[in-house]
Every structure is written in C-alpha cells, then in structure tokens.
Ligand binder design. Structure first.
Ligand code: ADP
Ligand code: ZN
Length: 676
C-alpha cells in the first residue's frame, strides 16, 4: 500500500499531479510540499489523498514528494476552498493560484531591516473616539444583529464617516478575539490612513502593499499568520494572506479599478473578497461614494444590505458644479483676452479670482488617451458602434472600428448629426496645459501630477507636501489627483475637457466619467464655510450629455438608474457576464488565423449546446492597444447570461489547447475591467 497525494504545483499547468509520499512524512490537505517536476524541484500544496493498492496502479512510476515544508502553516479548509474557487472561476492554474497564499521569503532570517518601521509605533495620545451619528450606529447594530456571511454597502460621500464605522466594527471584532482585513486601493494606502488605524489599535496593525521589500512583506505576513497582529491593512494582494480567525473584511472605495488585477490571476479583489467572506462565514463592508454598478445592483436587489450616509460629518457643504459650453468659444481674434483655445473665458476668470484670494486651483485632464477621439467641434457628436454603444476608434485615415465586435464604417465626410463640420481628431495633454497656464500666470507656480512626473509613493508624498504648503498654486493632473487628496486651500477645480472620458471604447466609460467628476469635485472647497464653497467648472463640448445632469447634482442614484437601464438593454454587467478571450502573436497572419479558429470553435460550441444559445460572440477584433512589445493583440468578447455558462463555455472553447497555432498565446479574462 502506498500513500498518494494530489498536489497543485507552482507551475503554469492546469492539472493537479499525483505524487507518492515517502513513509517518513505525514501529509495533510493544505500542507506545503516540495516535489520534482521535470528536472526541477517546485513547491506545491497537497490537496487530495488517494489510497491505492500497488497492484491496481503503476505506483512505482509515480514520483516521490521530495520534502514537506514544516515552516509554512497548513492552510485551513475555508481558505483552501476559497483558493480553489478562485482558480476555477478565473480559469487559472490551481498551483499558481495556491502559490499566492505564501510570503515571498522564508520566515527565518537574521538580517535586520534597515528601513524605517513598516507600521509606525503606537502614536502618542490616541485620537478621541467621536460619538457616532444615528446612521453610523445603525450599520454597527445591523452587523451585531446578524451572524455568518453578510455583505453591507456603505454608500456615502467622502467625509461622511465611513472609516469611523470601519474602526468601530473592527473594535468589536477584536473584542470577540477575531481578526480583521481592510483592503484599500494601493494609492490610498498612505501613512495618514495607516496612522488612523494605529491610533486606535496600536501594535495590533500590520500592513501589506507592493512597495514593501520581500523581507518586510514576509515579516508582516508572519506577524498576522502567527496571531501576533490582528488587523491587516493592505492593497488587493493582502487578500491572499491566510489570516486565522477572520471576523470582518472591509473593502474601502470598492468601485476602484485598481482592485482588478490584469496579469496572471486576473481577479477582481472586491468580488474575491466577498467570496472569501462567504467561505469564512464572516461579514464584509464595502464602502464608496460612487459604488460600482455591480455592487449597486446587489444592494438594490437586497443581496447586500444598503446603508446610506447622507451628509458629510460637520455639514461641510458640497462644492458647486457648473458646466461651461466649449462649443461657443469665440474664435481667437474675437476674444477679449488672448487665451489658449482649450481655455474658456469663464474658467480663466475664475482662476484669476481664486488665485487673487490666495487660494489654489487644480486643473484636471485625463490624458491617457491611446487614440484621439474623433469629434464634431460644432455639436460635440462622436460616433458609436450601433451594436455595442461604445465609441468607435479611428484606425488609419479612413476607418472607424468597434473594439468589441469589429464593426467598421468609413470616417464620414461631415458630421452626421449637424452636417456643419468635418469630424476632427481632438487631443490635448497635461504638459501643454501646464505650459499654457505657466505663461498666463507667470507669478504663480504650477505643479504637474501625472504618471510621467510621479512614479513612486515618495514622489507622490513629496508632491502632496509641496501643494499642501502652498509652494505651488496651480495643480495640473490626471486621475492621479482625483483620489483622497485633501488640500484645505484648494477652491477651484477645472475640468479641461470633461467629456474626454466619455469617448473611451469601453462600456463602463460613463460610469468612470461619473466617478471621476464626483471624486475630482470632492477636492474643491474641503475646508470652507458656506459663503465661499468650492467651485467646479466642467468645460465640455457636450453640455447636454446624459451623465452631466446627475453629475452636477452629484446624484449617484439618478445616474445609476439611467445607466443600469442601458446596461440591461445591452446585457452588459451587472445583467450579463463578460469573458474577454485575449490572444496575441508576434506574427500578424498567425494571430488572424488563430482568431478565425477561435471564432469557428465558438460558433460550433454554441450550435451544439442548447444552454449556450444565449451567448453573444463579439469579434474577434483588434484590441484597443493593437500592438504592444511587438505582439499583435486581439480580443473576442463573450457575453453570457450567467457566470456558470460563461465559465463552461470558455473552458470548452480553449479545450486542450492543442488546436492553438504555435506562437499564439490565449488568455481568458473573466469579468474583464480594462478592455485594452
Ligand atoms: P469617510 O471615511 O467617509 O471619508 P471619515 O470616517 O474619515 O469619513 O470621517 C470624516 C471626518 O469626520 C473624520 O475626521 C472623522 O474623524 C470625523 N467623524 C466621523 N464620524 C464622526 C462623528 N460621528 N462625530 C464627529 N466626527 C466624526
Ligand atoms: Zn460593436
């Protein structure tokens, strides 16, 4: 008789392999082992025991486990189940998925870290706990009154007291001798945020994010896993830490795009966190001022408890938002003051006024356009795909294409809506805006924040400090400045081109635009009294655009209502599931050949499976970034009624992979977020 175990090995293979365990070792499910694979030794996790008699099975052909890792903890059943779910749902190798549950280095090391402590020591004084508002109390009572898995959405603007709820909820978790996990977007994981938790919970706080060294990560990981620390704050990957005795998960800014990982295991950390809470049978709190429509629909349907925090604590006023119509800018020679063509007189006047009051100005422009938007300068019209409702992108001089379904049309000679003008490519970047403003306001200092200027956390903090100290008065930035920053003297926010993000070839373009406007507007007038509330000016070519009305009122509910209607009619999430089959090859012909094969296979499967008849197969089409690092990139989008069918269909489509032409790499992206 021989002891056989199925092991998920740390290698990109879809199967689980069988190994023999030598008599000197005892293995259990969730145990980390080292096994031979080809000529290498790799680690893996034992998943399933098989007792087999030698005569039934060619046991001597089966290779032996090399050693058992006696340092790594045996993973709990709940945690393992969750990892297996991830691997299955996201169609990713089980071994590679399980490998994410371990720290980068061995536990034991004599080398001391020379950098500053990862988590600051207990701060002096400790902040006084405010008396909770009745809305805040209600959330905490709801948490107390229910047991097991439950999901809560806390819907409230910045400053409405969400973090205070997290802190209280964690406090009662600690009293029950349980642990808590707080996920925040990488960019929000600032020392200020960590300090706030340390002030409440002192040395029980651990932190994990991508900028720690492997040694720091390993140490933080062990302090949590050993039970020494009880609250883990981290970016999305902290979700993979096998925290024992988990009692609460918090996902702040749950709508943030950075919770989606686009490489390797292409998971959405917010969704994965909800699943983890399900397996751990604990509560999860999701917080946002502009929830994702997936989460919002779950709240509307009653799957999640909805809690609304209506006002900012202390009744700080919301800023005033106004639209400036860019279509009626007079031609340059008719203007009173000579201004750059992107700048309206209204916005210019307000900049002058704000600077005159010794306040600060921020100009927002999301420059990361990869293809210029083709738009009518007179009426703001731009072309959309008749099938998919997403913007068409110009290719070459003459073609407009849809990156979802590959619909083509020629570039029209004149604007199909108003016939007054030709459609023209519009494009503008932060650098140009900066240099124009610097010329207009030579006595004031401009500062720019975008991915070219700021790459590390230190650079970001440096920039924040400069602007906070008013070493600069005019800030020009991309979406990098939309989040979490709190500048007391910032009183005017200008959107250089508010409709820019409407034109993204993505069905979430309006959702992202709305979030951006609300977030960015929240930067204005944060410390002011009512008479001088902050002002936001939205320059746009489409003042009648349907998202602007709810955006000006900062009315998320109204926006969500109209957007969900559109999603429903086109069966986009949350009303359908998407899988993006991405494929790429260095040779364009072979890539196209693979695309044709993929399409044929998809059509065949749909023909054969009655349950797949409702799947839409869009494309293949060139990816919006059609060539990257010398690879030609394509995508085929599957739109399915539910995730089960989407998963089965995708697995059948890829099959054993033997049909895939050499040199082509195919990867499914389940619940895709960035369709680039
Ligand atoms: P959010 O997380 O929604 O941005 P916070 O929890 O950070 O909101 O609250 C905003 C500010 O109001 C913080 O300074 C916080 O300490 C304070 N605050 C929160 N709740 C209360 C309360 N009930 N009474 C007084 N101050 C509060
Ligand atoms: Zn289309």
């Amino acid at each position: 008789m021989s002891d056989l175990w199925k092991v998920a090995v740390d290698a990109p293979i879809p199967q689980i392999l069988t190994y023999r365990v030598p008599a000197q070792y005892v293995v259990s499910r969730g145990q980390r082992v080292v096994v031979p694979l080809g000529t290498r030794k790799v680690s893996g996790v034992a998943l399933e025991h098989q007792k087999v008699f030698a005569e039934d099975f060619a046991v001597d052909k089966i290779r032996e486990v090399t050693s058992v890792d006696d340092e790594a903890p045996v993973l709990s059943e709940r945690f393992l189940k969750w990892l297996e779910w991830l691997s299955d749902y996201y169609i990713h190798s089980p071994g590679l998925t399980l490998a994410l549950a371990y720290p980068p280095l061995k536990k034991t090391s004599t080398r001391k870290s020379t950098r500053a402590a990862v988590v600051p020591a207990q701060l002096e004084g400790g902040s006084a706990k405010p008396n909770l508002t009745s809305e805040q109390k209600k959330v905490l009572q709801d948490l107390e009154n229910s047991e097991g898995f439950q999901a809560h959405l806390i819907f409230g603007v910045t400053g409405s007291g969400k973090t205070e709820i997290y802190l209280h909820a964690l406090e009662s978790i600690l009293q029950k001798n349980q642990t808590g996990l707080v996920l925040v977007p990488e960019i929000s994981l600032t020392p200020q945020l960590v300090d706030r938790f340390v002030q409440r919970f002192g040395e029980q706080v651990a932190v994990l994010h991508s900028q720690l060294t492997p040694r720091e990560k390993t140490n933080q990981w062990w302090q949590i896993v050993s039970g020494e620390k009880k609250i883990l704050i981290g970016a999305r990957s902290a979700l993979f830490c096998p925290i024992p005795n988990l009692g609460l998960i918090v996902v702040d800014e749950e709508h943030e795009a950075s919770f989606k990982q686009d490489e390797k295991l292409k998971y959405q950390a917010r969704d994965a966190a909800v699943m983890r809470a399900r397996f751990e049978k604990c509560a999860i709190l999701l917080g946002s001022a502009t929830p994702s429509l997936e989460t919002w629909q779950n709240a509307l349907s009653g799957r999640y408890h909805l809690h609304t925090l209506k006002e900012r604590v202390g009744q700080r006023p919301m800023p005033k938002i106004e639209v400036v119509d860019l279509r009626i800018i007079p031609s340059d020679d008719k203007r009173k003051v000579k201004l750059p063509s992107w700048l309206s007189e209204e916005l210019h006047t307000q900049i002058v006024k704000t600077l005159g009051q010794n306040k600060q100005v921020a100009m927002f422009l999301n420059r990361r356009g990869f293809a210029p938007v083709l738009m009518c300068p007179s009426c703001g019209h731009s072309r959309k795909c008749p099938n998919c409702e997403i913007s068409l992108t110009q290719h070459g001089k003459k073609d407009l294409i849809c990156h979802y379904c590959d619909y083509h049309e020629p570039v029209p000679r004149s604007c199909p809506a108003c016939h007054a003008n030709e459609l023209t490519a519009v494009g503008l970047g932060t650098e140009k805006v900066e240099s124009d403003l610097q010329k207009l306001f030579p006595e004031h200092i401009c500062i720019r924040a975008d991915r070219d200027e700021i790459q590390t956390r230190e650079e970001l903090e440096d920039f924040v400090r400069k602007f906070e100290n008013k070493e600069a008065h005019i800030l020009i930035g991309t979406q990098m400045i939309a989040k979490g920053l709190d500048f007391p003297d910032l009183n005017l926010v200008g959107f250089v081109w508010a409709d820019q993000s409407f034109h993204f070839p993505d069905f979430r373009a309006f959702e992202r635009s709305f979030q951006l406007i609300v977030q960015m507007s929240g930067r204005s007038g944060r410390k002011t009294v009512d008479e001088e509330r902050g002002l936001v000016l939205l320059q746009t070519h489409q003042p009648d655009h349907p998202i602007l009305a709810p955006a000006i009122k900062q009315n998320f509910v109204e926006f969500a209502e109209q957007e969900l209607q559109m999603r429903k009619s086109l069966r986009y999430p949350p009303f359908g599931k998407l899988v993006n089959i991405r494929f790429q090859c260095a040779d364009l012909n072979i890539a196209e050949q693979a695309g044709a094969l993929l399409k044929t296979r998809a059509l065949q499967i749909r023909e054969q499976w009655p349950s797949a008849s409702q799947i839409d197969i869009l494309g293949p089409a060139a990816a919006p970034m059609a060539k990257m690092r010398n690879f030609y990139r394509f995508q085929m989008l599957l739109k399915a009624p539910d995730s089960k069918i989407a998963n089965q269909f995708t697995r059948a489509l890829i099959g054993d992979g033997k049909w895939i032409p050499k040199g082509v790499k195919i990867t499914p992206d389940v619940d895709p977020y960035h369709l680039l």
